[in-house]
Design a protein around this ligand. Structure first.
Ligand SMILES: *[C@@H]1O[C@H](CO)[C@@H](O)[C@H](O)[C@H]1NC(C)=O
Length: 460
């Protein structure tokens, strides 16, 4: 695993005991804990920064310091400790005021006395423990409330910070306290723990769909054109939410997180909309890289029922989205459920004098597809020998595969398509394209001519 390389374990060569450990590691964490445990807590990573980034210098005496806040729940020992050591090993000590570990009510023994004992040797690390399961949002609020740094930096508990990650983030905030910044989030493989890096050019920016789910997009054309250097920050309409830095006073000024939201979900979009609508900017700082183990499932009991997510999302829509909230409500059959009282959050928006959601769409996310603006909507059918309709979900798994053809059912769903003003046939961010005669689904991208379609007079 040194230098971010893969750890290859051969299950067929393992003893029965090893096999059991291997399997338990996956079950407990949804990543290969056995591989993680074999890697040094101080492993090296390649220097993944773009060449333009290496030319930049930062004067640490003129940068604000930061409190690093890491929430964990039943995290694997090696993953949590490597996160902490990667911060300490690869950050200038002047810049790290403290690391605040917030234990969201873990029940694993290694995270109790052994963790206290280990961390007591590291002067900068403090551990806070909740008395009950409170979820990510309230645990972060707890960490932020005791933080002493000028900037808050939130990280997940299975990250590795790469060389030079911190200076560019803090530098950007030092230029303007309303800059909210994220690193490039590189992928650490869940199976081999290899560190896979993304260059500034091929990184993605954050968006969302009308289910109010966060998603990633290629960099928009206008943003590519306005870049002078590969080191320039990239504007991002939204953020994934796990890893970001924000001036502590600005976090408080913006009303931090909505304390009425439970567990987790939608808080990242709330922060994103709020930052942009209330006068700040949200950027990906491409010279800063942090690796993150992306898991394909959550190993924890985070959400008891989906209602938590709906509740949080309805709160988000009610407070920030004006008439556009209806687009989300249509997706949940107008079953808003009991989402609590949002009058405080509406008052906050009023007090901050924020822009409308229409302003956000027009100025920050003009690429966002708004169903009511389409040229026409309906199904795409062939008529021989039987009417068959283009049928495809907008799950990521359908991307870059041929569309399905099923008998037309005229009930919308996966057969409902929109022709947008720019000539793309789409649903949310999925567009049809012509791949050498086969109609496939891809992420919409205004740069791709093969996503353009013409609807002619005879309805072809
Ligand atoms: C900080 O950024 C905001 C938003 O871009 C801008 O309106 C403001 O003038 C900037 N402040 C300073 C001091 O540059």
């Amino acid at each position: 695993g040194e230098n971010g390389e893969a750890v290859q374990l051969k299950e067929n060569k393992m003893s029965p005991e090893e096999k059991a450990t291997f399997k338990k590691g996956w079950d407990d964490n949804a990543f290969n804990q056995m591989a993680s445990d074999m890697i040094s807590l101080h492993r090296t990573l390649p220097d993944v920064r773009d060449r333009d980034c290496l030319k930049l210098e930062y004067d640490v005496n003129n940068l604000p310091d930061t409190s690093i806040i890491i929430i964990f729940h039943n995290e694997a020992w090696s993953a949590l400790l490597r996160t902490v050591h990667s911060v300490l090993d690869r950050s200038h000590p002047k810049l790290v005021k403290e690391i605040i570990l917030v234990d969201d009510f873990s029940n694993k023994d290694h995270l109790k006395e052994p963790l206290d004992a280990y961390m007591s040797q590291l002067k900068k690390v403090r551990i806070l423990r909740g008395k009950k399961r409170q979820g990510l949002i309230r645990a972060r609020l707890m960490g932020a409330s005791v933080a002493r740094g000028q900037v808050l930096t939130f990280l997940d508990s299975h990250c590795e910070c790469a060389k030079g990650w911190l200076e560019p983030l803090l530098h950007r905030i030092s230029l303007n306290w309303t800059n909210v910044v994220t690193p490039i989030i590189d992928v650490i493989s869940d199976s081999t723990l290899s560190y896979l890096h993304t260059s500034a050019k091929s990184t993605s920016v954050g968006g969302f769909d009308w289910n109010l789910q966060f998603n990633w997009h290629p960099i928009q054309k206008r943003d590519i054109e306005s870049r002078k250097s590969d080191a320039d920050p990239l504007r991002s309409p939204t953020m994934a939410g796990g890893l970001f830095s924000i001036n502590k006073k600005y976090f408080e000024h913006l009303g931090s997180y909505d304390p009425g939201m439970d567990i987790w979900g939608a808080e990242n979009l709330e922060m994103s909309f709020k930052v942009w609508m209330c006068g700040g900017t949200l950027e990906i700082i491409v010279c800063s890289h942090v690796g993150h183990i992306f898991r394909s499932r959550s190993p924890y009991e985070w959400r008891r029922g989906v209602n938590v997510l709906v509740k949080n999302t309805v709160r988000l829509a009610e407070v920030w989205m004006d008439e556009y909230k209806q687009l989300y409500y249509d997706r949940i059959n107008n079953n808003l459920g009991d989402y609590g009282d949002v009058s405080d959050r509406k008052a906050l928006r009023q007090k901050l004098g924020c822009h409308s959601f229409q302003w956000y769409l027009d100025n920050i996310y003009p690429e966002m597809f708004i169903p009511k603006n389409s040229v026409c909507t309906g199904e795409g059918s062939s008529n021989s020998p039987l009417p068959m309709c283009i049928d495809s979900s907008t799950e990521t798994s359908t991307l870059n595969k041929p569309v399905g053809l099923w008998p037309c059912h005229q009930q919308g769903g996966n057969q409902l398509w929109f022709l947008d003003k720019n000539g793309r046939i789409r649903r949310d961010d999925h567009c049809l394209f012509n791949s050498r005669g086969t109609v496939m689904v891809a992420e919409c991208n205004e740069q791709y001519a093969h996503q353009l379609w013409v609807y002619n007079k005879v309805g072809w």
